[in-house]
Ligand binder design. Structure first.
Ligand code: C2E
Ligand code: MG
Ligand code: MG
Ligand code: MG
Length: 284
């Protein structure tokens, strides 16, 4: 079978594009087997304050290092995990790992450690009636205070409202924060914002990466005004240039994320940054 050839053509294998259903089943089985091994791991991308360039938080981003296919993108395997239901144990693993990591960093680096840990949650997880209890259990086990956890959901995640909204209320009552990821790309953004209890908007990178005065930039202006009117915090995603950072600062954005400041980093790379921040800049 083609999948056995390995090589670069499979690095961006998409379960929904080409390949037989047999291939999908095979990849799904491999993903299931990968759970609990070091094939699956988390990277952490800094959320950076535009004030002083400090790392105010990190977003956990999953990676799958497949033994033959190489690095498989989460954009490829998360949808597969959602279809097969594997997202439920996978999501629990991500959440537990990320919360534990945040606590470890605080123990080691004190105030220099990232204050918040952002974790992506998919629709399937949020719909589970037991989801808030599972999160509470993980917080209790790891000792992470709820206000240090931000759950990132997308507009499509909550389009199938129902149980999800009940769960969002329960999570926020626990003190956990909720961010709307990729904000502005959904089909019914304003209706959703009306019905869906959240704390933060993450401006999608398609709006961040625009030039002052063009139509997409106008959306960046509108979103911060909307956020202020609703009392919501903002994060601008996908900042790749100094000009974009300057423009966002001028618009009033305070926290950003993007390759210009930092790519998703390994645990060791984050610790390198933290150790530098933790150590006095000048030693007598
Ligand atoms: P997302 O949550 O919107 O994450 C941001 C994505 O943008 C990440 O891609 C990140 O590497 C990328 N990014 C960050 N800065 C820049 C930039 O300056 N320019 C550009 N072009 N890209 C940037 P990644 O890690 O490949 O993740 C893709 C998506 O997969 C995530 O989008 C999220 O929806 C999903 N995902 C990742 N990890 C998890 C997870 O643990 N659970 C769930 N349910 N979904 C996850
Ligand atoms: Mg996200
Ligand atoms: Mg995003
Ligand atoms: Mg995204």
């Amino acid at each position: 079978a083609a999948k056995r050839q390995g090589g670069a053509s499979h690095l961006h294998y998409r379960p929904d594009m080409g390949g037989s259903s047999n291939d999908h089943a095979h990849l799904g089985a491999e993903l299931r087997a990968a759970l609990g091994t070091d094939q699956l791991f988390l990277l952490y991308q800094p959320l950076v304050s535009l004030d002083d360039a400090s790392m105010v938080g990190v977003e956990a981003l999953i990676r799958w290092k497949h033994p033959e296919r190489g690095l498989v993108s989460p954009a490829d395997f998360i949808p597969l995990a959602e279809r097969t239901g594997l997202i439920l144990p996978l999501g629990r693993w991500v959440l537990a790992r990320a919360c534990r990591q945040a606590v470890t960093w605080t123990e080691r680096y004190g105030d220099a450690a990232p204050q918040v840990i952002n974790v992506n949650v998919s629709a399937r997880e949020l719909r589970e009636a037991t989801f808030p209890d599972q999160v509470a259990e993980i917080l209790a086990e790891t000792g992470l205070p709820p206000h240090r956890l931000v759950l990132e959901i997308t507009e499509t995640t909550v389009l199938t409202l129902g149980a999800s909204v009940t769960n969002l209320h329960a999570l926020r009552e626990m003190g956990i924060r909720v961010a709307l990821d990729d904000f502005g790309t959904g089909q019914s953004t304003l209706t959703l914002l009306h019905d869906c209890p959240v704390d933060e908007l993450k401006l999608d990178r398609s709006f961040t990466q625009s030039d002052a005065g063009d139509r997409r930039d106008t959306m960046a202006v509108a979103v911060i005004q909307l956020a202020r009117a609703l009392g919501l915090d903002t994060v601008a995603e996908g900042v790749e240039t100094a000009q974009q950072a300057d423009r966002l600062r001028a618009l009033g954005y305070e926290v950003v994320q993007g390759f210009y400041f930092a790519r998703p980093l390994s645990v060791e790379q984050v610790e390198g940054e933290l150790a530098a921040a933790h150590t006095p800049a000048r030693v007598a």
